[in-house]
Design a protein around this ligand. Structure first.
Ligand code: HEC
Length: 93
């Protein structure tokens, strides 16, 4: 699958299944619109809270094509089991 290679780097922080790691949010199975929008915000400065700095750095190196392809692939993955609230956008803090 095309997005496969593009998301290898994401696993470093977001966990092997992209279901989150510690404070880092789960991405698997989330809406592609949401994923792309947030990546654009990281890249263009709309989302720059201190915790976001590693992600801002990551997003700065992504092209629009890579973001779209990664989001399409990630959205197709098995979402994290419900229960801890981390799959809900904005549930953290
Ligand atoms: C160096 C670590 C790191 C890497 C690599 C990384 N991320 Fe992230 N990412 C983060 C952190 C930390 C956050 C949470 C930022 C915050 O709290 O605002 C985040 C948040 C996100 C969010 C927002 C999720 C939400 O709940 O709002 C998306 C989407 C995202 N990352 C996509 C990706 C994709 C796609 C890749 C691979 C191309 C990737 N990330 C690689 C550290 C990383």
């Amino acid at each position: 699958m095309q997005g496969d290679g593009a998301v290898k780097a994401c696993a470093l922080c977001h966990g092997l299944q992209l279901q989150g790691l510690g404070p880092i949010p789960s991405l698997a199975g989330r809406s592609p619109n949401y994923l792309v929008r947030e990546m654009i915000l990281f890249k263009t400065g709309g989302r720059r809270n201190p915790e976001a700095l590693p992600m801002v750095q990551e997003a700065s190196g992504l092209t629009m094509r890579e973001m779209l392809s990664a989001a399409a692939y990630i959205a197709s993955l098995q979402p994290k089991a419900r229960g801890d609230g981390s799959e809900v956008a904005g549930a953290r803090k």
